[in-house]
Design a protein around this ligand. Structure first.
Ligand SMILES: [Zn+2]
Length: 211
């Protein structure tokens, strides 16, 4: 709870602080570039940004997705990638936390995807109705066994099977350094009906209902 309050307070301050709105010609050019690029990108239906989050009757069931949260290190939207140096769309929110911090399922749902050895690192994808939540750069590996696909993080006590149902707030993995990352953080992605949405908008709604 405190974790969530701190997290959302930081989120709100960061986005509303007028100091962050100081203009320079460089910034203006970047904004114009973003606007122009975005208008081109709209032809791709999967890359909807700034999409209105559907109002859910209650967000009280939802869990903040990581323990020992420290800071938001990268928001949703266009950025210069810290590793590749190229400009691309960041389809999630990065939440820094110490290595080994537990990751919690944002909502109850079914594990529909487990993978490793991609830029996302060890990854979990959970489906909850129209929502899909994605967790990247976790510890552990994904193994294919005769009984199915499983994420195993032995020292963290995590064994998560594809197809398994998890309750909201369940510890599903730990913050690691797998995949393309410069420091320990959870990359958290959210999709609604197959379209990426800004997880920060959802956190704000969760926070609004918890006070
Ligand atoms: Zn990320």
């Amino acid at each position: 709870m405190f974790n969530l309050i701190t997290a959302v307070t930081r989120l709100t301050k960061k986005s509303l602080n007028p100091k962050n709105l100081s203009f320079s010609s460089g910034l203006l050019i970047s904004i114009l570039t973003v606007i122009i690029t975005n208008s081109l990108i709209l032809v791709k239906p999967k890359l909807v940004q700034g999409q209105t989050i559907p109002v859910t009757a209650s967000w009280r069931q939802a869990s903040f997705p990581v323990e020992n949260f420290q800071a938001y290190t990268s928001g949703f939207g266009y950025r210069v990638h810290p590793v590749t140096g190229s400009r691309q769309f960041h389809q999630g929110l990065d939440l820094a936390a110490p290595l080994g911090s537990y990751v919690r399922s944002w909502w109850s749902g079914q594990v529909v995807g487990l993978s490793d050895h991609t830029a996302c690192g060890t990854m979990i994808k959970i489906q909850s109705g129209n929502w899909t939540h994605i967790y990247c750069h976790l510890m552990g590996t994904v193994e294919n066994t005769d009984r199915g696909t499983v994420l195993v993080d032995r020292s963290g006590g995590v064994v998560l099977w594809q197809g398994q149902n998890v309750p909201a707030g369940a510890r599903i993995g730990r913050v690691g350094m797998t995949g393309r990352t410069t420091g320990p953080h959870l990359h958290w992605g959210l999709m609604y009906n197959g379209n990426y949405v800004n997880p920060a908008d959802v956190l704000r709604q969760m926070f609004a209902q918890k006070i």
